[in-house]
Design a protein around this ligand. Structure first.
Ligand SMILES: Cc1cc2nc3c(=O)[nH]c(=O)nc-3n(C[C@H](O)[C@H](O)[C@H](O)COP(=O)(O)OP(=O)(O)OC[C@H]3O[C@@H](n4cnc5c(N)ncnc54)[C@H](O)[C@@H]3O)c2cc1C
Length: 223
């Protein structure tokens, strides 16, 4: 059994300083005001325009730039991700993928809960012995699930039938494509303290990276 860390990869190339992405938004917004003549090539006019759009809640213009991200997370987190109806998705299929194949090392992959545990407000306060016991119990359950999955396949079950015993921790890959307005909404909900710790584990670093790479758009989001 493979125990791996959650993560993400930004698939959409982002221009130097994020200027082209801002200029796309600016171009759309200036059509509204017929102020295309005020576009400056250095991107400064785009920065001011995008800041103004966000301040005034004219966020429809922010929809003109978008981003695809490949997440590696567990099936529980991916189930939360797909609730964001304005995004588009492509996800690893447990119906067609057979983890009993050599290609997957004849094993299932699960997302480690260690970071999620240390970011959970209650679990993080357990003493080290209890923490280890919780983690060990989880590990046993994962191994049991794997053993039943492989046995079912060996007995003739198809992956789509055997998947019934796969745990919530099963690793998945999911591609999410959304415009910046939807990403802003996603980050507001999914980096907040109320969000699931394993969701925050991927949403917070992604939000921070985008803040560094693209000016203005995500600046007002605390993540
Ligand atoms: C902390 C937390 C706990 C949660 N707990 C639960 C739970 O216990 N049970 C549960 O079922 N879900 C739960 N959810 C999921 C939640 O209900 C939403 O499905 C999810 O957060 C997506 O949010 P959204 O609908 O605002 O976003 P999106 O689907 O991304 O939509 C973005 C925005 O578009 C607009 N929009 C989209 N579709 C419509 C529509 N049909 N009509 C009108 N406006 C629309 C809304 O303004 C919406 O905010 C939880 C979410 C969070 C963050």
């Amino acid at each position: 059994m493979n125990v791996i860390k959650a993560g993400y990869e930004i698939l959409t190339p982002i221009s130097e300083g994020g200027i082209e992405e801002l200029q796309r938004i600016e171009r759309a917004a200036r059509v509204c005001y017929k102020s295309e003549d005020r576009i400056t090539p250095d991107g400064e006019s785009a920065k001011k325009m995008v800041a103004m759009l966000i301040k005034n809640g004219h966020e429809a213009m922010i929809e003109h730039s978008s981003l695809s991200v490949l997440f590696t997370c567990d099936r529980g987190v991916s189930h939360e991700i797909v609730r964001h109806r304005l995004a588009s998705f492509g996800q690893e299929s447990t119906r067609y993928v057979n983890y009993a194949n050599d290609k997957f090392g004849n094993q299932i992959s699960v997302i480690d809960i260690a970071d999620g545990m240390s970011n959970d407000s209650k679990v993080s306060k357990l003493d080290s012995e209890s923490t280890l016991s919780v983690y060990t119990e989880w590990l046993h359950a994962m191994k049991d699930a794997q053993s039943h999955y492989l046995k079912m396949i060996k007995l003739g079950a198809t992956p789509q039938i055997a998947r019934s015993v796969l745990p919530t921790s099963t690793k998945t890959n999911i591609i999410v494509t959304a415009n910046y307005r939807e990403w802003r909404h996603f980050f507001k909900l999914r980096t907040a303290e109320a969000a699931h710790p394993q969701m925050r584990e991927i949403a917070i670093p992604l939000c921070r990276e985008l803040k560094e790479k693209i000016p203005i758009v995500f600046d007002d989001i605390e993540c």
